[in-house]
Every structure is written in C-alpha cells, then in structure tokens.
Design a protein around this ligand. Structure first.
Ligand code: ATP
Ligand code: MG
Length: 394
C-alpha cells in the first residue's frame, strides 16, 4: 500500500487553450472545486501552472475528494499525487516504492517537465523509469492502451508522482458562460440537456411544472433527484416548482385536443421566460430532440419559441433516444422514475398531438383564456428549493 497522498491534482484540457483569459478560467475552476470540497478537510485549492492542486489536511479522505472532483465541469482528470525527490535516482526509487503490489495488465510512464533546465529530457526519463519497472517487476509495457499510467511531473520547486488517473467531465467551469434556466421535467432528456449546458460553463437553474394533486408528486421527486445529480457539478441547484393545473384546465376547455400539447409547452416557456427575466438568465434549456415525439417537429418548436424573449437552447436536438439513454447511464444520472400518468404533460392531453401547429391558431385559443392572470397566479404560488448535491458517500 502506498502512503497517503499529500496532494490531489486536477488537470484541465479545454481551459489550457484560453490564452490571455486562462487565469480567469483557472480561478473559476478552483472556486468550483472549493465549493464541491466543502466539508472534505482540504487545506488549499490552488491553481498552479497547467493544473490545480488540492492540498489534503490530515483528516481528509483522498477517495472522497477524487469522487467529488470527477463531477466538476472543467476537470479533465484527477489523480492522487505524492511528492518525491527531484533528482533522477531519487525519482526512480520513489516511483518504485509507490507502485501497487498487484501487477497491472500493462503500464506506461509519462513525464511532464516544466523546468527545462532539468538535466534529463522527458523521453529519456520515461524510458529510464519504465525500464526500471519493467526489469524490476516484469510488468508489460503498453504505450497505447496502458492499464496503469505512472505520471511524473517535475517543475522548478520539486517533483510529484501520480497513479491511476480518474477522468472528469472536461469542458468549462460553471460560471464562465452565464446562467441558464432549464425546464426540468424529471425525465432523462431535460436532465441530460442541463448537464450538457453545465459542462459548457453555464450555471443551471431549474423550473419544474406539475399538476399535483391531479397527478401524484412523482414528477416532483424525479425532478428533485435530477437536480441533486446536477448539483454535483455546481454545488447546488435552485429549483422552482410551479403548479399549472389551472392553466391546463382553461386551455383544455377551449382548445382542440391536437393543439393542446403545444399550447401547454408554450405556457411552460412563457413561465420560464418570466422567471428568467427576474434572475438575469440569458437562455432557456429544454431536452427536446427533433422528431422524438409529435410535439417536437420543427414547426412545433418554432411555434413554441415564438413566446420566448430569449434563446431556447436544445442541446439534444440531434440525439437519438438510444444515445440519450446510453449517455445518461454512463454519467450515472438517476433512473427516471417517472411513469406517464404522473407527468403533467399527460393531463388533459390529446391522444395524438398535432405534428404541425401554427402560431395564429395557438394565439387565437390563448386569446380566449385569461392567460396573463393565470400565469401570474401560478407564479405567485411557486415554491423555491435549493437542492444540494446528492453525494452517495455522505
Ligand atoms: P424529458 O425526458 O426531459 O421529460 P421528453 O423526451 O419526455 O423529455 P417531452 O415530455 O415532450 O419530452 O418534453 C420536452 C421538454 O419540455 C422536456 O425535455 C423539458 O425540457 C420540458 N418539459 C416537459 N415537461 C416538463 C415539466 N413538467 N416541467 C418542466 N419542463 C418540462
Ligand atoms: Mg418527459
């Protein structure tokens, strides 16, 4: 067993391309990491050249720190690191002492040397350390698909060795791209859409519309679970819940059944747009994918967008359902526990929604409903919750 690492190191990739703004981005990344590490007994989170170092306090649990950081957008990989001597012989000895007792299927050594005055070049050091391991322990080398990467970093101040890189989400730190409001249904599509925007640097607020008590509160619980997952990437999620039963009832009284789904969607977007205005949110986000269901045709999306006064982003627009489900599984999104009858979209909904809707027909129906007053009343009764991250280890 190697000793406890003194350091957890997070590397980034995309931020490295940011030129003059890089310090600002790494500062945001360090802040996002600090937020997620609250209560983990770390001593410091410091951006250093090319990476962010997390110094562990005496009681910190390295596994817990890694688990938290692997969800933080902007983090490309995380690894425990040990400080080792800086001279070549000292490096060889220290690396051998750190290796696990069980042989991996293959290994490789990667050296990153920022101190160019160091006597040996990176390739020379890689070959040297690799040969010591290969000859000493008989482990097979694989440069292309190593089961274990031994990472050695040397800079002006010292040297470190790390094993077992854990991949992070990559992308950009939350807070570098502004705030968006996601219409979060409790289903998997909108949760994945929100997550994708978070990975592009957006802070995500969430809005959930429901029809309790006509439906059960299952969709609320599912939306809360999705928000808890999303909060792993941005410390907490502001979730607003609004009951739209009254509005749906009024629309159902006057609208032809095929038009209702698009009318409900327009209502949702209207409400979202108003909350967005108050919270200086720059765009709305939904989980729609082109053609996935009848309400998601280009004509219907256009009719829906007409009621928004800011962009409606649909990061999954070109996804197949299969791709959504696969990605959600890979990321560990909560299983959507949302049965159809619990979804407010099914309340007063038609059997078959219109594939083509037009703005004029929708506007004509809406003119027969006291929409302003209904929306105002629904928003007045909104509930706001702050959802913390749902760490499995807490
Ligand atoms: P999801 O998996 O996100 O529920 P979906 O494939 O079921 O999506 P729809 O039910 O047609 O598709 O909903 C399309 C989008 O509208 C959702 O992705 C979501 O952004 C938004 N939406 C639908 N219902 C709600 C709701 N009850 N509250 C908030 N947003 C909703
Ligand atoms: Mg849905």
């Amino acid at each position: 067993m190697p000793p406890r690492p003194s350091l957890i190191v997070a590397h980034y990739d995309e931020i490295a391309l940011k030129g003059a703004n890089r310090r600002w981005f790494t500062g945001r990344l360090a802040r996002a990491m600090r937020d997620q590490l609250e209560g983990c007994a770390v001593e410091a989170v410091e951006p250093v050249r090319g990476r962010v170092d997390v110094r562990l306090g005496p009681t910190a649990d390295p596994g817990r720190v890694i688990e938290r950081l692997r969800h933080v957008p902007g983090v490309a990989s995380v690894a425990p690191m040990w400080r080792i001597p800086r001279d070549p012989d000292g490096i060889d000895e220290a690396v051998l002492a750190l290796l696990p007792g069980v042989a991996p299927a293959s290994f490789c050594v990667r050296v990153a040397r920022t101190d160019k005055s160091y006597p040996l070049s990176s390739p020379v050091l890689e070959r040297r350390i690799g040969a010591r391991i290969h000859e000493g322990l008989g482990w097979p080398v694989s440069l292309r698909h190593p089961a274990l990467t031994v990472a050695v970093e040397i800079d002006g101040a010292g040297a470190r060795c790390g094993l077992a890189l854990t991949p992070g989400p990559g992308g950009l730190p939350v807070g570098t791209a502004g705030r968006v409001l996601c219409l979060l249904s409790g289903g998997v599509d909108s949760a994945l859409a929100a997550w994708r925007m978070m990975r592009r640097g957006c802070r995500v607020d969430a809005l959930h519309l429901h029809s309790v008590p006509i439906t059960s509160d299952a969709s609320q619980r599912a939306a809360q679970a999705m928000a808890g997952f999303l909060a792993r990437g941005q410390a907490h999620v502001r979730l607003t819940r609004v009951c739209i039963t009254d509005i749906q009832k009024h629309i159902a009284l006057v609208a032809a059944p095929p038009l209702r789904t698009v009318l409900y969607r327009r209502t949702m977007v209207r409400i979202a747009d108003r909350f967005a205005r108050r919270a200086r949110v720059r765009a709305l986000v939904t989980g729609e994918a082109l053609g996935q269901v009848a309400s998601q045709t280009l004509e219907n999306l256009a009719t829906i967008d007409r009621v928004a006064s800011r962009p409606v982003l649909r990061p999954l627009i070109g996804y197949d359902k299969r791709e959504v489900v696969d990605e959600a599984r890979r990321l560990g999104l909560p299983r959507a526990a949302l049965a159809d009858e619990d979804d407010c979209c099914r309340v007063y909904a038609p059997v078959a929604a219109a594939i083509r809707s037009d703005e004029a027909a929708c506007a004509a129906v809406e003119a027969e409903v006291p929409l302003e007053a209904l929306i105002e009343a629904a928003m007045q009764a909104a509930e706001r919750v702050i959802v913390p991250p749902d760490w499995a280890d807490d």
